[in-house]
Every structure is written in C-alpha cells, then in structure tokens.
Design a binder for this molecule. Sequence first.
Ligand code: FES
Length: 211
Amino acid sequence: MPLPYSDIVMEHFRNPRNVGRIEDADAKAVEGSPACGDMVAVYLKVDEATHRIEDVKFESYGCASNIATGSIITELAKGKTLEEAKQITWQQASEALGGLPPIKAHCSVLAVDGLRAAIQNYEEKHGLIKERVPTTEEEIRRRLKHVMNPMVGLDLVRTKLVREIRLENGQVRIVIDLPPDHQFASNIREEIREKIEPLWDVESVEVEFTG
Ligand code: FES
C-alpha cells in the first residue's frame, strides 16, 4: 500500500534538517499533542541585539508528519527574527511539504506550537513580553500540562501527580504526588522550574514531593 505522504514529506522524514539539541540553547520548549500524546522539543540560539534566530534544532517523538514539519519549519525559521518566525503557520509548513493528510494536521500543529513555545520562552527570559498579564494558578496548571511524567509518557496533570499549586506574592509552591527519592524526582523538579520560572512575576519556585 503506498504511503499517504508526498515525496517532499518522505524526503524530510528520511533526512530531517536541524535534528538534535543545542546544549547551550538560549531558549527551549517541549510541547505535547493533546490529540496523540506525542512530543516535540525545540531549541533556539538567538542574537541578542537583532533577535534573529541564529540556530534552531528539534527533537521529535512524533510520527513522520511531525518530523517532516519540524524539519521544514526549522528551515523556515533559521535567519528570521523572532517576530517573523512567530508568523510561520502549520498551513504554510504543510504547503511547503506538498500537503499532509488531513488526519495528520495535528502533527504539524504540534511542531509549530513547539517553535512558538520556544520563542515565548526566549521572550519571557529576556523581558520581551509586551502584554504582562499577572500569573494565575490556571496558567501554572496549563504549563504543568507540558511537563511529562516519564513513567507513562503523559503529562503531570493528566496523570494526577499535581497535588497542590500555591501562588502568593510571586512565590510558587507545587506539590507532586511522588516520594522525594523517586528516580525521576529531580528531572521533574528541573522541568517544572524551567516552565514556571520564566514567568515575569514569579520570583521563586518550590517543588515538593510527598508520596
Ligand atoms: Fe502524533 Fe503525528 S501522530 S505527532
């Protein structure tokens, strides 16, 4: 049975550009797809003066469509300013790939969301966010949906590991329902910090494990 993919998709799937991680990245993000549970990580190096993307890499735990889209959008984003790169849409990516089966649209959305989240991560770290909305518990919970529970490959919220979120005067306290000596406790703590600390009005993040 022929694969439902264009030649361009297959070419990018077999030889994806910009795959890997940037160890000293200026920004990074991991996004998960609510549709299929797959994940993509995007890393950026950005020129501080011009805000131009000097380098961008991605790691995909998704399917061929996701890998091909990651490949094409990183090609499109490289050399662009953050503002320009934010305008890249999954429709553009899909067009550049010669089309994707409709059932695979969420895979390219995931890749584009990963790029946008990495840009947002950079903007937050560098005080570039224009509309500064005060952080709420909802926003913290939304971000925790992007931290994976490595035991099952789903996020912390969906796997009901978040026991408590407290936010008071810029101090955030998150209680995770796992023993403190759990093998993934330090990874999870680090990932939570990476997601929550860049918020402009958050001063400290305390992650406690009780289980
Ligand atoms: Fe999950 Fe394509 S099916 S990324």
